[in-house]
Design a protein around this ligand. Structure first.
Ligand SMILES: Nc1nc2c(ncn2[C@@H]2O[C@H](COP(=O)(O)OP(=O)(O)O)[C@@H](O)[C@H]2O)c(=O)[nH]1
Ligand SMILES: [Mg+2]
Length: 281
């Protein structure tokens, strides 16, 4: 068992899924094996590849496995996680992907931080090899932009604001979602950033490092629209950046204007994003 000193019954692992039939059964079985007593909540966005059927079959074996089947007209990773986190019935939750990029064995490190008093814990990737070069650049740029935005708003920042592996006290995150959810980017991929943008300034933020894995099976669902939506979440500078990226694909003149704005914003973001920040505890 890898659970450390945690009371596993107090934890729910929330897994968002969209066409993850190749991974979902394996990850659910692995989590229940490593952390007996936890609850798992799968939040699915109308997968058509057999993911739902796989979870329904697993439910016959595991009574702490929940499945939420979302309205297909409201599809979105952030929207799914807002719903998933808000419906958690245990004191604490951990969000992780279905595709093994977030190692099940690292869940305990996040649990330890939350049991130790953190309101929110972020899994920080210590390696980027599984990302293509374009995604690495986009992820670093988006992180810097998000980090500058949080710094300007005097909010807590983490070293990996684009992480999809995080957790926390359910009541704290649920309150943020209830009070500010209307302003979250529902179709976006970065609910952690939405949470930090709207969380109280004195939130106790912790981090746990992990080794980022390669996708075990199936395909990534990220696309350029989602990357632009992250940019547009970052205040005025982000909106300009997102628009400039869109301009890049319209015409030659628009491309020059877009490139100029892009360079200026990246320069500002790089300077501001490197201002030191210290998560607690
Ligand atoms: N519910 C839901 N889950 C999604 C959606 N898009 C992606 N996911 C899940 O979110 C997790 C991360 O998605 P993935 O495509 O691996 O993104 P990447 O790791 O950034 O390439 C996986 O478990 C996906 O199945 C969506 O629109 N709705
Ligand atoms: Mg993935």
């Amino acid at each position: 068992m890898a659970s450390g000193e945690n009371d596993l019954a107090k934890f729910t692992v929330v897994i968002p899924t969209y066409n993850e039939v190749e991974n979902i059964s394996k990850i659910v079985e692995e989590l229940f094996r490593l952390y007996p007593g936890i609850s798992i909540s799968v939040v699915d966005d109308d997968s058509k590849d057999g993911t739902i059927e796989a979870v329904l079959a697993l439910q016959k074996k595991h009574d702490r496995l929940e499945l939420t089947q979302r309205d297909p007209s409201k599809r979105g990773l952030t929207a799914s996680l807002m719903e998933g986190i808000s419906s958690v019935k245990t004191d604490f939750y951990i969000v992780m992907d279905a595709d093994f990029q977030h190692p099940p064995a690292s869940v305990v490190d996040l649990m330890n931080r939350v049991s130790g008093g953190a309101d929110l814990v972020v899994g920080v990737r210590i390696n980027r090899e599984p990302l293509t070069i374009t995604r690495r650049i986009a992820s670093t740029g988006a992180h810097k932009l998000a980090s500058s935005y949080l710094w300007l708003c005097h909010k807590k920042r983490s070293h990996d604001l684009m992480s999809g592996f995080f957790g926390g006290r359910t009541d704290v995150s649920r309150k943020v979602i209830l009070e500010h959810g209307a302003r979250f980017e529902k179709k976006g991929f970065k609910v952690l950033f939405d949470l930090l943008k709207h969380a109280p300034r004195d939130i106790r933020l912790a981090e746990a490092q992990f080794v980022f894995g390669v996708r075990a099976g199936g395909e990534s669902k990220l696309n350029s629209d989602i990357i632009i939506s992250v940019m547009k979440q970052c205040g005025l500078a982000g909106k300009m950046l997102g628009t400039s990226v869109q301009l890049l694909v319209i015409s030659k003149v628009a491309r020059v204007i877009g490139l100029l704005i892009l360079v200026a914003i990246f320069a500002i973001a790089l300077v501001m994003g490197t201002i030191p920040h210290s998560p607690t505890p």
